[in-house]
Design a protein around this ligand. Sequence first.
Ligand SMILES: Cc1cc2nc3c(=O)[nH]c(=O)nc-3n(C[C@H](O)[C@H](O)[C@H](O)COP(=O)(O)OP(=O)(O)OC[C@H]3O[C@@H](n4cnc5c(N)ncnc54)[C@H](O)[C@@H]3O)c2cc1C
Length: 410
Amino acid sequence: MPRVVVIGAGAAGSVAAIFAASAGAETLLLERTRDGGRKILISGGGRCNVLPMRVDESRFVTDSSPNLLRKMLRSWPLDEQVAFFERDLGIPLVDEVESAKKFPASHRARDVRDGLLAHAARQGVRFVPDTLVTGFHPHDGGWRVTCDGAPPVDADAVVVATGGLSVPNTGSDGLGLRVLETLGHTMHPTYAALTPLTADAPDFNALSGVSLSVTLTARTAARAATASGGFLFTHHGYSGPSVLNVSHVAVRSRAEAERARVTVRWSANGDAEWEALLRPHGARTVLGAVRAALPERLAAVLVAQAEVDAQRTLAELRRDERQRLVETLVRGTLPWSGDEGYRKAEVTGGGVALAEVDPRTMESRRHAGLYICGEVLDAFGPIGGYNFLWSWATGRAAGLGAARERLAGA
Ligand SMILES: Cc1cc2nc3c(=O)[nH]c(=O)nc-3n(C[C@H](O)[C@H](O)[C@H](O)COP(=O)(O)OP(=O)(O)OC[C@H]3O[C@@H](n4cnc5c(N)ncnc54)[C@H](O)[C@@H]3O)c2cc1C
C-alpha cells in the first residue's frame, strides 16, 4: 500500500486525501490548525459558494499557459463535481440564479467542511490536526515531511495543498510556496487578488454604504480586466464583486511603473442611452434625470464631478455639459490609492508555474512523488465558486495521481 501524505486540510487537500485513499493509498492528512478548512468556513459569507452554475474558463487568470489551465480544470467536469457533493458527501446544492452560484441547500459552510472531512474519514484518511509542517524533502527514494514538535513522517508521495498567502489567520503561511521554490520550481510572483481597493477620495468616501451594479475596467499597457456586478462604497474605498474581480490589475500595477487606470460605467446605460435621456427637452432637472438611473447621493456627486449645475433643466443643458456628464457616467475615472492586500484577499495570484506539473496527475516535473494542487498554483478565478472549482479539480487529480502513480510504481 503506498503511503501518501497530504499537507493542508483546506479545500484542495481534503479532496486530494479523499481520492488518494479511495484509490488505495494509506493517506495521512496533516493540518496546522485545530480543525482545517477554515477558508471553507468563512467562504461565501459563511454560506460557501461551492461551485459556479456554469464555467467560463476564459475568466481564470494565470501567467502560465491557459491551455494547461484548461486541461487541469477539465479533469473533473462541473457536473461530476456537483454529483460528488450531492451523492458522495450527501450535501444537496441549490442554485442562486441571479449570481449564477451554487450553495449547499443548508446555506451552511460548516456542512461542506464537515462533510469533506467526514467523507475523508470514511475513506480511511487519517486526519492529523494541530500539526505544523516545517518542510518536506526527498528522502530514501520517497519523501520526508518534517513537523514542528513531532517526529518526521516518511511517505512514498507528498501532496502539497498548503494554499496561498491570503487571510493568514485561516492557516495560510506560504510554507508550500517557499519550499516548492527551494526545490527548484519556477514561481510566478505572488500578489493579492480578489481584494478591496482603497481610495482617498472624500466625495466617494462619503458615500460609504451605497451599493449598485456597475461595469469596471482596470487597465495598464500590460493587462486589463473588466467586470460587471455589485459595487459597494466603503469608508476607505470600494468593494463588491466587480471591484474584487478587477483588483488584481490594480494590485499588480502598484509594483510596476504604470499605475492602473480604473474606469467605471455607473449603470447599464451606455452613451446612446444617456444621450437620449439627457437630450435637451422639458423642465426636468439634470439631477432628476441622473438619479432616475442611479442612487441619489451618487448621482449628485457625479453631476458635480462633471461640473454641471444639478438644478439646470435638461432644456437648458449645453452640449459641452452633456458630453462631460455622459463621459463621467459611462467612462468615469475611479480614483484609488491602494488595496486591502492579503488581509482581505480571497485568493493569491501567481505561484507555482503550471508548466511545472503534469496536468494529468499534478505531479511535479522536477521531483517524482511530489504533487501540487489548489491555490499554491499560478491560477485563480473570479468570485462565484471558481476558486473552489479549481481546488476541487486539482485536489482530486493530485490525490488520484499520488496514489495511482505510486501503486503503478510499487
Ligand atoms: C473570505 C473568503 C471567502 C471566499 N469565498 C469563496 C467562495 O465562496 N467560493 C470560492 O470558490 N472560493 C472562495 N474563496 C477562495 C477559496 O477559499 C480558496 O480559493 C480555497 O480555499 C483554496 O484552497 P486551498 O486548499 O488551496 O487552500 P486553503 O483552503 O487555504 O487550505 C490550505 C490549508 O493548508 C493548511 N496549511 C498551510 N500551511 C501549513 C503548514 N505549514 N502545515 C500544515 N498545514 C498547513 C492551512 O491551515 C489550510 O487548512 C474565499 C476566500 C476567502 C478568504
